[in-house]
Design a protein around this ligand. Sequence first.
Ligand code: IPD
Ligand code: CA
Ligand code: CA
Length: 267
Amino acid sequence: MPASALMNVMIKAARKAGRALSRDFGEVEHLQVATKGPADFVSRADTRAEKMIYEELSHARPNYCFLMEEQGEIEGADKTHRWIIDPLDGTTNFLHGIPLFAISIALERDGELVAGLVYNPVMDEMYTAEKGRGAYLNDRRIRVTGREKLEDSVVVTGIPHRGKPGRERFIHECRQVMQTAVGIRRTGSAAVDLCWVAAGRFDGYWERGIQAWDMAAGIVIVREAGGLVSDMEGENNMLTSGSVVAGNPPVQQELLANVTATPAPRA
Ligand code: IPD
Ligand code: CA
Ligand code: CA
C-alpha cells in the first residue's frame, strides 16, 4: 500500500533526523575510548534530532500540538491533533555504541493513536502503521507471531535502570515469566521492543514506568500487525499509567496474567 500524505510527512521528518543521528552515532563510537565519555555529545545529538523533527512536522502541519521528550508540551491551535515524539529512544545504547536505538513519532487524533513510525537508522528499519491500514517494515507488511502459548515464546522487557523505583517488583515479575517462557530479552529501546513484537521477532513484551513517547508509535504498529496492547490492568490507559503489555493475542493475555499473577513488592 503506498504511504499516505500523512505518513510521507512523518517519514520525511524521521529520515532527516535519522541521517543526523547516524552521523552522530559514528562519532560516538570513536568517543568510547575517551575517558570523559560522550554523554554531553549524545544529549546534544538528541536535542538536535528533536528540533529537526519538530521543524519538519510543524512546517507540514502548522496547527498541531506536540508532546516531546526534550521540549515537553507545545500547544497548537488544533487541539484535536497531537504529535508524540521521542527523538532518540535507546539513549544508553547510543551512548555505548550499541546500534539499537530509534526515532519514534506518533499521531493522536481526538485522544486516539492513529499513526506511528519508528525508525532505526543504523539498521535502516522503518516501521510504519496507520489505523486500519496495516503495519509495515520498510515496504513489507508485517504480522505478529502465531505462537499460542507463553511456554513456546520469547518475550522482551525493560529493566528499571539505576535509581528508578520498582526494581523488586520487576525481579518478581521476571521470576514469574521465567518459569514459563522460552527466554527473556532486553533491547534497551521500548520503541524497538514493540516493533519487534509487531515484526514477529518477539512474541510478547512488558514494561512499567515508561513514558508516552517511548510507546505511542509502537502501540499503533503492534495493533496494526494484529497484536494486542494493554496496560497492566488490561485497559487502554498505557500512556497515562506508563505500563504496557503487548504481544500476539494469546501470548499477550497469558503474559498479562503472569506478570500480574501474585501481589508483588512495589519497591
Ligand atoms: C528508554 C528506553 C528503554 C526503557 C526506558 C526508557 P530513552 O528511553 O525506551 O527501553 O526501558 O524506561 O526511558 O531514555 O532511551 O529515550
Ligand atoms: Ca525513550
Ligand atoms: Ca529519548
